[in-house]
Design a protein around this ligand. Structure first.
Ligand SMILES: Nc1ncnc2c1ncn2[C@@H]1O[C@H](COP(=O)(O)OP(=O)(O)OP(=O)(O)O)[C@@H](O)[C@H]1O
Length: 398
């Protein structure tokens, strides 16, 4: 780090010490630090930041994140000097959750090695989120090939379900996650994916890749509003240092019908998505399977024997599958025990513009919660069986 930056940061550290809470009390100070910060610092200042972060989290009575719960003093002491080979430190793992105390989880892995080096923090979080222990093993890949017909449309009359979407995440072998990627990595990764997509022969999946660089704002906003494209400026990702060099190397591929899509270099290297109007989960899954198989023939993906497919956020590890419906359930969702019901069914409820958004016109996004410790097909079934049960309850409600 250049000397003048050290001085700026050092001076700010004193100021923050006086403020008594790193970054949370003085947002403008926080943003200045963000600009000056280096990934993977491992010096006295970095260790101080980790210690301050611990204190800030513990002092914040409104913070209920898994990070706060599992970042104990002994975990801090054990991990604060550690670094991955590519240079990621504990601070890089927890940064987003420190700046976003309202996060439910609050940690990200800057590279795959982080899951091992910082296991003392990741393991209990993974255990609590997925019910997956350090000695458990992600089952072998089972996308559900040949069994998609078992998943008949959930709502053939279209009374409750508006649309269905199934996505999975993939990491390209040999590259770390966003915070450690360089400008040239983004360019090279995008090229690899474009080449792979150009080779897709399946007529239903064939389409065009649209880089974000040079895309008109109105086109981008329309794709976001129509639920096809990722949002820009997500504060959780920004504070995880996941948006560097934006929009270089980011983009979206889609087929003509916009039923098969691939997001490139947003949160994960790739997000493969199958989506359509209505409730035909089987058809949606069948398309995703064909998409995954076509791409993995050309681009090798990173998979760990213990954690399965690797992703930036620990909530997505393993199967990486989030199968969701946009659904209206006015009676059941008005019940006081709706949260307990969805927890029991292992379902996650979101607003309709994605994570951290609100429900609109009574429409919710409901998906499987668990992604690790179960196969891809089982993850889809978790959503399928849960939604079936919710629709039954809605029909039986007075
Ligand atoms: N069943 C669905 N039908 C139509 N659009 C959907 C459906 N499920 C999700 N979407 C849309 O997909 C977009 C992305 O959603 P969101 O970011 O919550 O989830 P994600 O892609 O699974 O990633 P992550 O869990 O990492 O946030 C949003 O616009 C959201 O409304």
């Amino acid at each position: 780090m250049a000397l003048h930056k050290r001085l700026v940061v050092g001076g700010l550290a004193g100021l923050i010490g006086v403020a008594g809470g790193y970054g949370v009390v003085y947002p403008y100070v926080r943003d200045m630090i963000y600009v000056n910060e280096q990934i993977g610092e491992n010096n006295a200042f970095n260790i101080k930041k980790i210690e301050n972060a611990y204190k800030t989290l513990q002092d914040n009575s409104e913070c209920n994140s898994l990070l706060k719960k599992h970042l104990t003093q002994s975990v801090v002491d054990k991990l604060k000097y550690k670094k991955t080979k590519l240079g990621a430190t504990l601070y890089d793992v927890i940064r987003s959750g420190v700046f976003n105390p309202d996060a439910s989880v609050g940690v990200y892995a800057p590279d795959s090695e982080s899951y091992k080096v910082f296991a003392a923090l990741f393991d209990p979080i993974i255990q609590e989120y997925h019910g997956f222990g350090p000695n458990d093993k992600q089952p072998d890949v089972d996308l559900g090939e040949g069994r998609t017909k078992e998943l008949e449309p959930l709502d053939p009359d279209g009374k409750y379900i508006i649309s269905t979407r199934i996505r999975c995440g993939r990491a390209l072998n040999g590259y770390p996650f966003n915070p450690l990627l360089k400008n040239d990595d983004y360019v090279a990764m995008q090229e690899k994916v474009k080449k792979a997509l150009a080779q897709v022969q399946d007529a239903d999946l064939k389409g065009t890749y649209y880089p974000l660089e040079g895309m008109k704002k109105e086109t981008q906003n329309k794709l976001i509003a129509d639920h096809f494209l990722f949002k820009e400026g997500d504060r959780h990702l920004q504070h995880a240092n996941a948006c560097r060099f934006w929009p270089v190397g980011r983009g979206i591929f889609h087929n003509n019908d916009k039923t098969f899509l691939i997001w490139v270099n947003e949160e994960d290297h790739l997000r493969l998505i199958s989506m359509e109007q209505g409730s035909d989960v089987g058809k949606c899954l069948d398309r995703l399977i064909r998409g995954v198989k076509n791409i993995e023939k050309v681009v090798p993906f990173a998979r760990d024997p213990h954690l399965g497919y690797l992703t930036f956020c620990p909530t997505n590890l393993g199967s990486t599958v989030r199968a969701s419906v946009h659904i209206k359930l006015p009676k059941v969702s008005a019940r006081k025990d709706f949260k307990e019901i969805t927890d029991r069914l292992k379902l996650q409820v979101r607003g309709i513009h994605g994570e951290h958004s609100d429900s609109e016109g009574g429409v919710m996004d409901i998906s499987n919660k668990q992604r690790l410790g179960l196969s891809e097909y089982q993850a889809v079934r978790q959503m399928y069986d849960g939604i079936k049960e919710l629709i039954k309850m809605e029909k039986e409600s007075k």
